[in-house]
Design a protein around this ligand. Structure first.
Ligand SMILES: NC(=O)c1ccc[n+]([C@@H]2O[C@H](COP(=O)([O-])OP(=O)(O)OC[C@H]3O[C@@H](n4cnc5c(N)ncnc54)[C@H](O)[C@@H]3O)[C@@H](O)[C@H]2O)c1
Ligand SMILES: [Zn+2]
Length: 409
């Protein structure tokens, strides 16, 4: 099996030649993934798929190395699909756009593209309208596809364009960041930002297909990869103690983990997200467990400035905070907090609030966050790694104390 070179993603201090241990039998049993080994002429491709069962809106997530070339046939297999508008950004397009366009055209689809500047600022009104106009100019009709080739910014923007163009057309997610592979490309939340706040205008609109080619992660900057790892670790904390243990044992030697292990990890995260979304497509209740670490994390992200802290970095701090609050309120073992901080730090993720960020400010930002119900912030708290619950209230004094004193009681 081909081995991915992920050395660049590991912090220098961890670069040692230890081999990643294989998945334990228990981990394999519980994974319950459909695994198909597919070969093409040049290399063995490990491919997994996860089905998101949502009745008429059900779709498949295909994961693995070398999948970009399968995009054309897979899109062509969607009913009545003849034309696609591929949306990407200036960092991603030079690496992958030609392959995607070639694959689509080869499969008989009419394919055009629109390449936008990278960064959160692109998830906004001017670029949304640029996409609408581009879609009109390229003759996209109700049967046309938007194809989002990029990270969460491109996925959210193109997804929202698809949700609203001609009152809704289909779209395909081709996530190229780890965060987009495990989180934003699955579940159908699409949005743009307003100057007043993030994701304030959006729609639930499920993709028709998700294709995550892990080879695209080779060009992802290390800091972006680490940010995605925060979400991977989150899945372990909220639902999957075996995944958490596997991450502890397999990393930091991601360089040796190989394409199989990485694909398996991403697939496992997607499966958890799929299960949660299936149970609560429009986030009326149980889906909120995906927000572990996010109540405070979002506030930290906004206060620090979106360009200073990556989303996963803010969430890493938020998760440690939530673990410490869980210690006080839910009997969460302090040893689990130590395991969480140790794992986050291995990926160079922060675990303590930025210097000088006060609780009063965090509280103020949390109060205007749309996830705050009935005036009081609600938290996702846990009993232990692998088991959390949403909708938990916590006393202000206790929250402030945990914020100010961290792990010290
Ligand atoms: N819809 C959802 O459920 C959901 C969930 C989580 C986050 N989000 C949204 O996702 C966005 C963040 O997504 P993100 O972290 O992927 O950020 P991003 O899309 O900005 O990508 C991060 C950076 O990496 C670059 N990049 C992407 N793929 C690359 C590759 N393969 N090689 C080289 N460079 C590459 C991008 O150009 C960008 O500069 C936020 O807007 C957030 O609100 C949405
Ligand atoms: Zn997140």
């Amino acid at each position: 099996m081909k081995q991915l070179e992920f050395a660049a993603h590991s912090p220098q201090r961890h670069r040692h030649p230890a081999r990643a241990p294989a998945l334990t039998a228990e981990a394999r049993r519980t994974m319950n993934l459909r695994v198909a080994a597919v070969s093409d002429q040049t290399k063995a491709v490990v491919e997994k798929s996860v089905r998101v069962e949502l009745g008429a809106r059900a779709y498949d997530i295909f994961l693995g190395a070398g999948l970009l070339s399968s995009i054309g046939p897979r899109c062509a297999a969607l009913p009545n699909a003849h034309a696609a508008l591929v949306v990407s950004d200036e960092n991603v397009a030079p690496h992958y756009l030609d392959s995607v366009l070639a694959s689509l055209r080869c499969a008989g689809l009419r394919a055009e593209s629109e390449v936008l500047p990278p960064g959160e600022a692109t998830k906004s009104e001017p670029y949304l309208f640029r996409l609408y106009r581009r879609a009109v100019a390229s003759g996209l009709d109700r049967s046309g596809l938007f194809v989002a080739l990029g990270g969460g910014v491109i996925g959210d923007l193109a997804g929202f364009a698809a949700a609203t163009f001609l009152r809704g057309v289909r779209y395909v997610q081709i996530p190229t960041t780890l965060l987009a592979m495990v989180d934003s490309s699955v579940g159908g939340k699409t949005a743009i930002d307003l100057p007043e706040g993030k994701n304030l205008v959006g729609a639930f609109h499920q993709p028709a297909l998700v294709i995550a080619d892990t080879d695209t992660l080779r060009t992802l900057p290390p800091r972006e990869f680490a940010s995605g790892m925060a979400e991977v670790i989150k899945y372990g904390v909220i639902r999957d103690a075996a995944l958490f243990e596997f991450l502890e044992s397999a990393f930091p030697s991601l360089s040796n983990a190989g394409v199989g292990a990485l694909t398996e990890i991403i697939a496992r995260c997607c499966r958890i997200k799929a299960e949660v979304v299936q149970a609560d497509e429009r986030e009326s209740g149980p889906r909120a467990i995906l927000n572990f670490g996010h109540t405070v994390g979002h506030a930290i992200e906004a206060l620090a400035g979106f360009d200073r802290l990556r989303h996963g970095e803010a969430i890493a701090i938020g998760m440690v905070f939530a673990a410490r609050v869980s210690e006080r309120l839910r009997g969460w073992p302090p040893s689990d907090t130590r395991r969480l901080t140790a794992l986050l730090r291995r990926f160079g993720l922060p675990t303590e609030p930025p210097e000088g960020m006060g609780w009063v400010d965090v509280q103020r930002v949390m109060a205007v966050d749309k996830k705050v119900g009935s005036g009081r912030p609600r938290f996702v708290l846990g009993d232990r790694i692998g088991h959390v619950e949403s909708g938990c209230a916590a006393d202000d004094g206790l929250l402030e104390e945990v914020w100010c004193h961290g792990g010290r009681q």
